[in-house]
Design a protein around this ligand. Sequence first.
Ligand SMILES: Nc1ncnc2c1ncn2[C@@H]1O[C@H](COP(=O)(O)OP(=O)(O)O)[C@@H](O)[C@H]1O
Ligand SMILES: [Mg+2]
Length: 592
Amino acid sequence: MSTPSSSSKAVLSQGDGLVIYKRLAAYALKHWRYLILAFIGLVVAGSTVPLFALYMQPLLDGTFMEKDPVTIKWAPIALLVIFLMRGIASFMSSYSMEWIGRSVVKEIRSELFSRLLRLPVSFYDKNNSGQLVTRLIYHVEQVSVAATKGLTVLVQDSVIVIGSLVVMFYYSWELALIVLFTAPVIAGLIAYISKRFRKLSRLIQDQVSEVTQISNEAISATREIRIYDGLDYESKRFEDVNEKNHKSYMKRVVTERLSMPIVQFVMALALAVVVYSATRGDLLEQFTPGRFMAFMTAMIALFDPLKRLTSVNAILQGGIAAGESIFSLLDESAEKDTGTKILKKATGNFEFKKVAFSYNQESDSVLKNISFSVKAGEKIALVGQSGSGKTTLVNLLPRFYDDWQGEITLDGHPLQAIKLLNLREQFAYVGQDVTLFNDTIRNNIAYGNMRVASDEEIKLAAKAAFALEFIEKLPLGLDTQVGENGTLLSGGQKQRIAIARAILSDAPILILDEATSALDTKSERHIQNALEMLLKNRTTFMIAHRLSTIEKADKILMMEAGEIIESGTHKELLAQKGAYSKLYNLQFSDGK
Ligand SMILES: Nc1ncnc2c1ncn2[C@@H]1O[C@H](COP(=O)(O)OP(=O)(O)O)[C@@H](O)[C@H]1O
Ligand SMILES: [Mg+2]
């Protein structure tokens, strides 16, 4: 019968499916020792089934018909041997298969995670986190199921099917041929079912991602939802995907569950034909009770494997759909890093030459014709309305975004010529939205390559950032857990921790993007003094709304719609009576 090979052909006939299948198989093949063990186990366990059918004839005819004393003596022992063999082989194969499956999960997860760490920042602008997490958790798990359960059933049940057919042909080739006639019908059914299953699996995967995403959003935006009465909207949104998800699942269930009774009915039809034919004419002479029983046992033994072979195909399809989504992520290109230059510690001379930038090809330039230079140790303040491109400009420095036109150099080297890791080591960064890790305050300040910092150093940095005063009031001090993204701290406290982190890092270049925006005026003034210490001898780019913090800058760049419209010191710009002086007067007439 051609069922096993035709079912796998349905998987392989699609070119893409084959490529993905091969890539997935490569993961399993790495564990070839376990694979061999599993294979042997599966073949042995599988062959006990036709063996048992074969044994039916001597058992029945020998004991009950002929009353042969040798058969009577050995019959129970032979039975035990067959089942002992099956038990041992099954354990061996499932242990090895699980080992391979879990290893594949582990390996793919590590690869995915390390890929996620190396993807360009722009990738995260375009993809939602729910979908990414789903791939890492749910899709990888599906691949493992496909790798273990799929292969188990494919090998073991193929052995059972082939073995049982051999037994059937051995006892009556005429009847076996009749059974074989139903094979194309079953194969056709399987092919149809697997195609539909693959489509539904992919749909369900996408919808699960949507469910994750919407619930993630609802969980993190709980305050906004309450204040702006988004309850109905969120419920509706969730209800929609939930409902869609339910429907697709049910469609898949119908496909899956209908396939079994249909295949079984076709088999029952064959069974009826067999019983009918065996009891007519010459054939009736051929059969003893034992021979007929052996034939029937072999035939009945075909049912379950065939049924599983139809559903294993579905599992493989699900695995391939999941593999597709995993590989598309693994194949995303990492950040470009062609730089070779290594700076020990940058001096901090920057030069922007006619820099233009847009986030994607279709959209307008966010930065236009930016030219200016910065000498080592200077403090550059960027001022301008929100949306004028300040954050974008400073994000180019550590190459969070690439592909700008024009040239940016650091100490005379184009940024792209410097090794990425080395370039980023030169920076400390405090952004507008501080991100803290779900860890202790100590580990949040001494993050990454600063892990080695001593408590003294950490405290010093925290003190300079005016963070120590609140840290020391906490019962656990530096060992306080900050919660997921620092939820247990206020915005200002988080910012002070981020500033402490920057102070500790001792990098030669500093980026402060509205670093003090969440602080009250008093703390800000305190930090201002600390920052002044910090900024000494460091090239600093700072973005601030409060002009008082930037008056002392060596150079102020006034930005508007992606361009620098004025530049100079505070005094010079006031004297120009242009946009900056207008802004300045506006703030002070505000009573600031
Ligand atoms: N990740 C992004 N993808 C696409 N457009 C962006 C992205 N970040 C910012 N922009 C757009 O770039 C412009 C400048 O934004 P930004 O540099 O954040 O301004 P600022 O920091 O001065 O408020 C805005 O029009 C904004 O919509
Ligand atoms: Mg900004």
